[in-house]
Design a protein around this ligand. Structure first.
Ligand SMILES: NC(=O)c1ccc[n+]([C@@H]2O[C@H](COP(=O)([O-])OP(=O)(O)OC[C@H]3O[C@@H](n4cnc5c(N)ncnc54)[C@H](O)[C@@H]3O)[C@@H](O)[C@H]2O)c1
Length: 430
């Protein structure tokens, strides 16, 4: 099929390249001319394992193109995916101006029936508004259908998730659009759930909010573990053996970050409030998440007393391993606070240093984990990249000025750390 993807960010680029990889002809559009230039020059604006090879192969086979002009992008399209950003506003609601803008632009360039697919995460009822907006601005007599097809990919494993999803949700109102979408997803082996648009939109917000709740829950239990002398990893293991609970998303640490959970939980709480329901549980989820960052900073201060004038090594800047995304990453906020307090921070991250340097000009980025640790008063572990997990402890001890390690991801074994002579603190473990 001929597809157009509007918004060539983490979701749009992965969506476009995966559909092209499956044999469709895809044109990806973005208003960011620099991003499109980089892609057309054979470069990559983001890091995602496996993405570059697939983009290269699909461009070579002429199944994937990148343009800045929506009219050109949607010229032959039967299906248009909307993958633009929906960032949070100060009040927590999603800023839908990019969605509205794209809806009007699609309408202006419509020449025949198309299916417009919401992939961006949007509040319930947005699909109706997109549909109304397109019909209002489209040439007389030309119709379209709007489908909600929320994206569940996880950065770091986005290609795998997009090529082999665990479910496909299709919120549709017309049988014609349902047919088109089923054809597009005919090859998937996972369940395909067809719903109304509002339910599909809510599935996405409810899923992310539930996962974030699980993380905040285990982090709150970790605090109780610290206070009671229990071990969060044993507690989580015992809880996770219950199949009703499951072992996933029970890792205590610095809390969730990234471009989705923080904004989606805040937006879901706000959506509920606007509809007349006080979903205060989600307020608590966010509060606990923020508290985990503050508690970690307090631990740093407890260990070092005065951080002003000290040199701190930070391992990991991205909000999770295998991505260069630093949006809402705990490490970024932590470093900001430490710099404000007068510390020097030297950090290493395998992929996220370029983006971190842009938002933290005072940060010293180091080419290796070794260089970042050298001469530091303490090491703060913020992202559990394998390179940090595998770093030899004896070497680390020699590199640091003082053998102080604060582990925000429970990456190391406390017994091994103490045996190696470290002052070691982690989350929820005695
Ligand atoms: N990143 C994720 O892991 C993830 C997962 C699932 C869902 N989502 C949702 O998908 C949406 C996109 O997320 P993302 O991480 O890809 O964002 P992103 O910021 O990486 O990409 C969005 C892109 O849209 C472009 N854009 C904005 N307005 C445009 C316009 N009028 N015309 C053309 N291009 C335009 C931007 O320039 C940008 O390149 C969000 O709603 C997000 O919540 C993200």
């Amino acid at each position: 099929m001929n597809l157009c993807v509007i918004g060539t960010g983490y979701v749009g680029l992965v969506t476009g390249s995966c559909f092209a990889h499956k044999g469709h002809k895809v044109v990806c559009v973005d208003k960011d001319a620099e991003k499109i230039r980089v892609l057309n020059d054979g470069g990559m604006p983001i890091y995602e394992p496996g993405l570059e090879d697939i983009v290269k192969a699909c461009r070579k086979d002429k199944r994937l193109r990148f343009v800045t002009d929506i009219a050109e992008g949607m010229k032959d399209a039967e299906v248009i995916f909307v993958c633009v950003d929906t960032p949070p506003t100060a009040s927590g609601t999603a800023d839908l101006s990019a969605i509205e803008n794209v809806a009007r632009q699609i309408a202006r360039h419509l020449t025949r029936y198309v299916v417009v697919v919401e992939k961006s995460t949007v509040p319930v009822k947005t699909g109706d508004k997109v549909h109304k907006t397109i019909l209002r601005h489209a040439p007389k007599g030309i119709t379209c259908d709007v489908v909600s097809n929320p994206e569940f990919l996880r950065e770091g494993s986005a290609m795998k998730d997009a090529l082999n999803p665990d479910r496909v949700v299709l919120g549709v109102t017309s049988p014609k659009a349902a047919e088109v979408m089923k054809k597009l997803y005919a090859d998937v082996t996972c369940p395909v759930l067809v719903t109304d648009i509002a339910s599909a939109e809510l599935i996405k917000h409810a899923s992310n909010s539930f996962l974030a709740t699980k993380i905040s829950f285990i982090n709150a239990v970790a605090v109780v573990c610290e206070m009671s002398g229990a071990d969060i990893q044993l507690v989580a293991q015992g809880m996770g053996l219950d199949p009703r609970i499951g072992s996933k998303f029970l890792s205590a640490g610095l809390g969730y970050g990234g471009s989705c959970f923080p904004k989606d939980v805040a937006a879901f709480e706000q959506i509920a409030r606007e509809l007349g329901f006080d979903f205060s549980l989600l307020g608590e989820v966010q509060k606990i998440n923020q508290e985990m960052r503050q508690r970690f900073l307090r631990k740093v201060e407890e260990e070092l007393w005065i951080v002003k004038g000290k040199t701190l090594a930070v391992w990991g800047l991205a909000f999770k391993p295998d991505t260069d995304d630093i949006r809402e990453a705990p490490a970024i906020e932590l470093i900001q606070r430490l710099l404000e307090k007068g510390a020097s921070v030297q950090a290493h991250d395998p992929q996220a240093m370029k983006k971190a340097q842009k938002v933290l000009p005072g940060l010293t980025c180091c080419d290796s984990a070794e260089e970042a640790a050298k001469g530091a008063d303490a090491l703060l572990l913020c992202t559990e990249w394998p390179v940090f997990r595998d770093f030899p402890l004896a070497k680390l001890k020699k590199l640091l000025k003082h053998p102080v390690v604060l582990d925000g991801r429970n990456l190391y074994d406390p017994v091994a750390m103490r045996a190696a002579g470290f002052d070691y603190r982690s989350v929820g473990r005695a």
